[in-house]
Design a protein around this ligand. Sequence first.
Ligand code: PLP
Length: 400
Amino acid sequence: SASLFTAIEMAPRDPILGVTDGFNSDKNPQKINLGVGVYSDDDSKVPLLQCVRKAEAQLIEKLSPRTYLPIDGLAAYDKAVQELVFGADSAVITEKRAITVQAIGGTGALKLGADFLKRFSAENTQVWISDPSWENHRALFEFAGFTVNNYPYYDAATRGVNFAGMLDALKTMPRGAIVLLHACCHNPTGADLSSDQWTEVIQVVTQNGLVPFLDMAYQGFGDGIDADGEVVRRFTDAGCPLFISNSFSKSFSLYGERVGALSIVATTAEEAGRILSQLKRVIRTNYSNPPIHGGQVVATALASPELRALWEEELAGMRVRIREMRELLAKKLKEQAPAHDFSFVTKQRGMFSYTGLTKAQVEKLRDEFSIHTIDTGRICVAALNTKNIDYVVASIAKVL
Ligand code: PLP
C-alpha cells in the first residue's frame, strides 16, 4: 500500500557535485577536476593557511568548555566581521545601524536573509538573480517561499556583462523587489561590473526602492579586501536598506568549518535593534545557535595584528596565483589556438571563468582527456597550476 514516501521522486543531481562524482570514478591518473569551486595551490592541494594553524594553536593553549554560543554567534566574531565588511570607520557601525550575525557559511547567511525577508516583505515580493548565477541562489530563495526571476547579466558575445539589459531590468522591477547582486568575483562567469556601472546600479536601486542583497563570497579574491568591499561602502553611503552575506570558506580556506555572516543595514539604531531581535528568532527556530570552532579561528586571526597581516599576505598569495594562471592560460592558448581569442580570461576576476567552451567540447575534454568541468563551460581557474596547465591548454586546443 502507498506510504508517505511512495510518491517521492528522485531529485535532480547537483550539477557540480555530479562532476566531482564523475572525476572520482575516472581511473586516468592524469585526470583534472576544474569543476568544483575550491582554491588549490600549485601542488593541487587545498591549503591549510598558516594564519589558521597559528590561530588554532592559540586556541588549543586555552581550551574552553563547549557551552552554547549566543544565538547570533560569537560577539568577537560578529564585531570583527562587521569591521571587515563595512570598514572599521564606517558610519553604519558608529551609528549602530548595522547588525551582523554569525552564519553557517555564506549559504547559511543567504538562507537567514531569505527567511527573514520572506517573513517581513510584502506578500507578493519577488526575488531577482543574475542570469546566470551561483546555482544554489534560485533554489535557496525558492525553498524560502519566493518566486525567483532572472535579470540579464552575462553577454556571451562580449564575454562580459550585458549592462544595458541588466539596467533595463532593474528599472522595471516593482518597489520592494529583492535584487541579489554579486559584490565581486561573479560566480559563475567571472565578469564583474565596473565602478561606473555600480554607480548606475546603486542609483536605480535607491531611486526605485529595490532591496539589494549583496552576496560577497569572495572578498579579497578580486582586487583585495578593501577594494572588493568598496561596493558595500558605496551602498551604505547611498542610504538604502541593505543585506550582505559573506563567507570565509574561500578567503580563509575554511570550507568545511562553515563560517560566514549575514549583515543588515537599518535606517536607525532603534530599527537595527528590532531587526536583530527578529533575526534571532529565525536563527533560533532553524539551528538555535552556530558552532564554535570556525568562528573562533576567524575571530582570533582577525583580532591579532600579526595573524591579520599573515592572513592578508596569504590571501594575496591566492589572488595573485589565480591571476598568474589567467595570464598563463590566455598566453598559452594564444600560442596553441591562435584562431581563438581567449584574452577575456585575464579580464575576468575571482575563481571562475566562463570559457565559452560548448557542452560538446566539455564532454570531449572529459571523455578523451579526463579533464572534468561543468557543462556550461565554467572552469575553476584556481584549480590550474604550473604542473597541469600545459596539459589543459593542449587538450582545450584539441577540442576547439
Ligand atoms: N555565494 C556564492 C556566489 C558562492 O560561490 C558560494 C560558494 O561557492 C556561496 C555563496 C556559499 O559559500 P559557503 O560555502 O560559505 O556556504
